[in-house]
Design a protein around this ligand. Structure first.
Ligand code: FES
Length: 165
């Protein structure tokens, strides 16, 4: 049998089950990610907690980082305590992981405590990130601060929030 025939056969075998191919590609991507990132990062990237928008939030932060990724954080706050936090992002897997972690860390905290959730705190909770992904944690920390600032800006006059829209 010619070498050309072998190649044609191989192509046919490879394309015979697209579902299997997709599953294999996905498994390979996850395996690669596990070599680079901690288990916590991979878990939150694949299954992010707290992702989504929030109806009538008490505080919203939205920042686009120097890399071009944007994160939004939505907070529900009662008596200066964060009772619920969601995030959205158009960023990569590590941005998703940091958004998921920062909203988890902020939930249940008084705003004074939540302001202490720095880039380092997020990195520690995630088990670290590679050098070139550390800025994702800074984006998450800054976006949380922006959402708290937004809450404080409207705190004494909450009616202004709906008036401006
Ligand atoms: S790659 Fe820029 S925030 Fe994640």
């Amino acid at each position: 049998m010619s070498e050309e025939w072998d190649i044609i056969n191989m192509d046919r075998d490879d394309n015979s089950d697209p579902d299997k191919m997709i599953e294999e590609m996905r498994a390979s991507i996850i395996e690669d990610a596990r070599e680079t990132f901690s288990e916590e990062v991979v878990k939150r990237w694949l299954n992010p907690k707290n992702i989504g928008k929030m109806e009538a939030p008490d505080g919203v932060g939205r920042i686009t980082g120097p890399c071009g990724d944007t994160m939004e954080i939505f907070l529900k706050i009662r008596n200066d305590r964060i009772t619920n936090a969601f995030f959205m992002t158009d960023g990569c897997g590590t941005t998703i992981a940091t958004g998921s972690m920062v909203t988890d860390l902020a939930t249940g905290k008084e705003i004074k405590e939540a302001l202490k959730i720095s880039q380092e705190v997020i990195l520690d909770a995630l088990g670290g990130l590679p050098e070139d992904s550390k800025h994702c944690a800074l984006l998450a920390s800054n976006t949380l601060k922006e959402a708290i600032k937004d809450y404080l800006a409207y705190k004494s006059d909450p009616w202004k929030r709906s008036y401006g829209k």
